[in-house]
Design a protein around this ligand. Structure first.
Ligand SMILES: [Zn+2]
Length: 379
């Protein structure tokens, strides 16, 4: 059913009318930011194309055997292709999923099962950096087989930008001679990483960032978090549902509060607290946590910039709208802070995380520089 999808009315109307006019293309490229529902819509469209009990003539029923098989990724006419870890058997044409070794296979199954439960789940398999050439060879071997009447084979290639040249070339041959009664849907958030030859043979469908309200509604329906946490996540995720989920799972309020405490301690000249926060965040060499901490610092500082520009702390303009008063005070205490350079320093620290540098050192160095740019001209 289309109500499985968050927002994206424009895309849904487009696909409905394509379906109703019997003008479904052979290849689509769903492009847009990470976490806005490209895979989810692709799966929903696959169900629509094969549903035996349509609702209103343009909507999958979610109940017929075909809908159920596609939803659970068990249909032989539906294939969801994603990046996989390397195996030793890249020479054979077999589906590389069958060749995955024990732990890799278990992880794959677990991730695919999570995806079938929730089409918005972001698949994460360790070491899975590329879409294997054999996944595309397997597609080629299946897409030209005949299928029973009423069946449209659907192949989704998720994060299609992860195809290397060999895989892209193999796919291109299929796109040049598209078989009947089959649809290939590529999804990507990095459309510019795909070869022009591939892009040119697909119908492009652009996915917009999701609206804050749509994300909050869905999160509240799913349950498990307070309204305050949900509203914060919806505001901070920049229109990406999966990012909102990441933020909630990481403990959104705690990280945000820590980032503010850090900033206040830095400006109050309390180095003991600053260093203790730096150590806590970077403990166990947790790069992801360190990145998220910088993300929240960035959000605070961008809010400060807005306060500075507007000359007042108007909650309507702020990401941290619930703490407008504190932001106002912070700005009043440091009226001459050099926000431009502060943001640059944050970006620089973010880049260093990817390199082999001790995280605590990155954060402590950052603190020294931030302080300089906050206080420099005020002294
Ligand atoms: Zn159905």
């Amino acid at each position: 059913m289309w109500n499985n999808i968050i927002g994206q009315q424009h895309v849904i109307e487009n696909l409905k009318s394509v379906f109703l006019s019997h003008k479904t293309g052979h290849a689509y490229l769903f492009e847009g930011t990470d976490g806005v529902g490209k895979d989810a819509v692709a799966i929903e469209f696959a169900k629509l194309l094969n549903c035996t009990d349509l609702v209103n003539g343009n909507e999958a029923c979610d109940k017929c055997p075909s809908c159920r098989k596609i939803s659970s990724f068990r249909s032989e006419y539906f294939k969801f292709i994603c990046a996989l870890p390397a195996s030793k058997t890249d020479e054979s044409d077999a589906d590389p999923v069958d060749k995955l070794a024990g732990a890799d296979f278990d992880e794959y199954m677990e991730q695919v099962s999570a995806k079938s439960d929730d089409p918005y789940h972001r698949i994460n398999i360790s070491g899975a950096n590329n879409i294997r050439i054999n996944s595309i060879r397997d597609l080629v071997s299946k897409i030209y087989l005949s299928a029973p009447a009423g069946i449209t084979k659907v192949f989704i290639i998720s994060e299609a930008d992860k195809m290397k040249q060999e895989a892209s070339n193999a796919l291109l041959k299929v796109l040049e001679e598209p078989p009947k009664k089959s649809v290939i849907i590529l999804t990507t958030s990095k459309v510019n990483s795909l070869p022009q030859t591939i892009i040119g043979r697909c119908q492009r469908v652009h996915f917009e960032a999701l609206r804050e309200n749509d994300i909050a509604d869905k999160l509240l329906r799913e349950g498990g978090y307070t309204e305050k946490q949900v509203n914060l996540a919806a505001r901070l995720c920049f229109g990406s549902y999966s990012r909102a989920i990441d933020l909630l799972q990481m403990g959104i309020e705690e990280l945000r509060d820590t980032a503010l405490e850090y900033l206040v301690s830095l400006l109050k000249n309390d180095p003991a607290t600053v260093i203790s926060i730096c150590r806590n965040i970077s403990a166990k060499n947790d790069k992801e946590k360190t990145r998220q901490f910088l993300f929240f610092l960035n959000i605070w500082i961008r809010d400060l910039l807005r306060v500075k520009a507007a000359g007042e702390a108007d909650p309507e303009l702020l990401t941290n709208y619930d703490l407008a008063e504190r932001l106002g005070k912070l700005n009043n205490n440091f009226p001459e802070s050099d926000i431009f350079n502060i943001v640059l320093q944050l970006e620089e620290a973010e880049k260093l995380i990817g390199q082999n540098i001790q995280l605590t050192l990155i954060l402590v160095n950052l603190s020294v520089k931030l302080k300089k740019y906050f206080i420099k001209q005020a002294v």
